[in-house]
Design a protein around this ligand. Structure first.
Ligand SMILES: Cc1cc2nc3c(=O)[nH]c(=O)nc-3n(C[C@H](O)[C@H](O)[C@H](O)COP(=O)(O)OP(=O)(O)OC[C@H]3O[C@@H](n4cnc5c(N)ncnc54)[C@H](O)[C@@H]3O)c2cc1C
Ligand code: FES
Ligand code: FES
Length: 471
């Protein structure tokens, strides 16, 4: 027996029966014959497939549409949601959405292949923010590649669209959705609503795919044509949506996206927020979660170094109970972490900054936007009476896992920040790591960059530098 996937598409209710591990892009262009949404890279990089998504669970009530890459979004993930495509935008006003009009009038499109994705991303930012800064427009475009027109006329069109019209998108009735959709025995997609239901399913189906935003996992479907018999999706689990301050910690639930966490990171750790704004693109951050990033145990994942330096711990839950694990002990080997069978990351607990605690995160990558780190250096330093009373220093891209550099911490704790401690910390970094060489950078380059980040930190703390775009 098939269970339909029900959602709202361009304002109209839709009920469809298809494998829930079909990508939304494939469904739109194939079944729905809506071919305005394009396929470019099929891996979340180019934005040609951008759509606007509004999810319906209670914690997202009142939320606006978010841009997402439909090439790595699965049909199961839009159960109950509202989806808007470029065709829906064209119907949203008699002459199309104002961004479509301004793009056309301003000559902001040449071959036009990227244009549907670009107007979709821009309609998303204009819906969220009636008077965006130019930096908001650049942020919204970081995940949309245009090869022939160039971005100046595109940004100009967005600025004039923002000034000339009310760009709020029509409200749509996103709903919480069913807890199971799919083609039974072939492809089943569970959307449990409580942690107890999630853990029961994890226990019952140990081989099922555990999916959060899918910005890592679903590349297998988009690119390698993987087929999944059973998926358990964390999207609707109420306890995993928590995002609150409690006991001097920021608690981020195991299904909270980077985009949702960003305002809190901005409040407490502005430098971390600057790094997160360079994490993928708006489309990736609106779907990708902190828990998914940590569970991949990637040595160059951008979340782990900052969270290790901030002394984060994880709450892991399984059917048999809960345990707390410090994040600096969570990564066990290349791409391996201390998650037992049946366990999920329930929460990420980040201690709030103490008085006199300074935090800096530096991401070094080949491109400023939409690129993974070559090296990521993060530093939490507490100064009392001119002396370093506490330090936690962590790196990504320097070893098989994200790691803390205790030698560098020991080189500065109890001492003043001056030329001597700076040299000692740099020497400690140079002797602590044996990084690998790969297409992102050689071992020598990584060592040099990592130790130079100490110069950058000391200059930063002493007020000698202003924010540098390239870092
Ligand atoms: C174009 C593009 C750009 C990217 N840019 C960056 C970048 O700049 N920096 C960076 O670090 N990463 C980047 N990524 C990788 C990815 O977006 C992140 O790792 C993201 O945070 C993954 O989260 P997710 O929710 O999408 O995980 P998913 O893909 O859903 O899952 C990833 C893994 O986490 C597991 N998992 C998910 N939730 C839980 C949970 N609660 N408990 C236990 N296990 C869980 C899944 O089973 C799976 O093994 C990029 C990816 C793409 C496609
Ligand atoms: S096709 Fe390139 S991001 Fe989806
Ligand atoms: S108009 Fe041709 S790629 Fe943008």
């Amino acid at each position: 027996m098939n269970t339909s996937i029900d959602f709202v598409l361009n304002g109209q209710p839709v009920s469809t029966r298809c494998r829930p591990d079909t990508t939304v892009l494939e469904w739109l262009r194939g079944d729905a014959l809506l071919r305005g949404t394009k396929e470019g890279c099929a891996e979340g990089d180019c934005g040609a497939c951008s759509v606007l998504l509004k999810q319906g669970m209670p914690s997202k009530q009142g939320a606006r549409y978010q841009a997402a890459n439909s090439c790595i979004l699965l049909m199961g993930q839009i159960e109950g949601a509202a989806l808007l495509t470029v065709e829906g935008l064209a119907q949203s006003a008699p002459d199309g959405h104002s961004i479509q009009q301004h793009m056309a009038e301003n000559g902001s499109s040449q071959c036009g292949f990227c244009t549907p994705g670009i107007v979709t991303s821009l309609a998303g930012v204009l819906d969220q923010n009636g008077s965006p800064e130019e930096s908001d427009i650049h942020d919204a475009l970081a995940g949309n590649l245009c090869r022939c027109t160039g971005y100046r006329p595109i940004v100009e069109a967005a600025v004039s669209a923002a000034q000339s019209a009310n760009n709020q998108l029509p409200e749509a009735d996103a709903d919480i959705g069913k807890d199971l959709v799919g083609v039974q025995e072939e492809s089943v997609f569970h959307l449990p609503k409580t942690l107890a239901e999630l853990l029961e399913l994890k226990n019952k189906y140990p081989d099922a795919v555990l999916l959060a935003g899918g910005t890592d996992l679903s590349l297998d479907v988009a690119h390698a044509r993987a087929r999944w018999e059973r998926v358990i999706c964390t999207r609707d689990v109420e306890e995993l949506q928590i995002l609150q301050i409690s006991d001097d910690k920021l608690i981020v639930g195991g299904a909270v996206s980077w985009q949702a966490a960003l305002p809190h990171l901005e409040t407490y750790w502005p430098s971390f927020a600057t790094l997160v704004r360079r994490f993928g693109s708006t489309q990736i951050r609106s779907m990708g979660t902190l828990a998914g990033n940590l569970a991949t145990a990637s040595p160059i994942g951008d979340g782990a170094p900052s969270l290790i330096a901030l002394n984060t711990n994880l709450t892991l839950a399984s059917k048999t109970g809960k345990r707390e694990v410090p994040l600096d002990e969570f990564f066990t080997y290349y791409r391996k972490c201390d998650l037992l069978a049946g366990e999920v990351i329930e929460a990420i607990n980040i201690p709030l900054p103490k008085m006199d605690q300074e935090f800096r995160a530096y991401k070094i990558s080949k491109r400023y936007d939409q690129d993974i780190s070559t090296v990521c250096g993060t530093f939490s330093v507490t100064l009392e009476n001119g002396l370093v009373s506490d330090a936690r220093i962590a790196f990504g891209g320097m070893a098989a896992t994200p790691v803390r550099c205790k030698q560098a911490e020991d080189a500065i704790v109890g001492l003043e920040i001056n030329e001597i401690t700076l040299t000692a910390a740099k020497a400690a970094i140079e002797t602590s790591f044996k990084p690998m060489s790969d297409m992102r950078g050689t071992a020598d380059y990584r060592l040099l960059v990592a130790s130079n980040l100490v110069d950058r930190l000391f200059a930063d703390l002493s007020g000698d530098v202003v924010e540098v775009m390239a870092l």
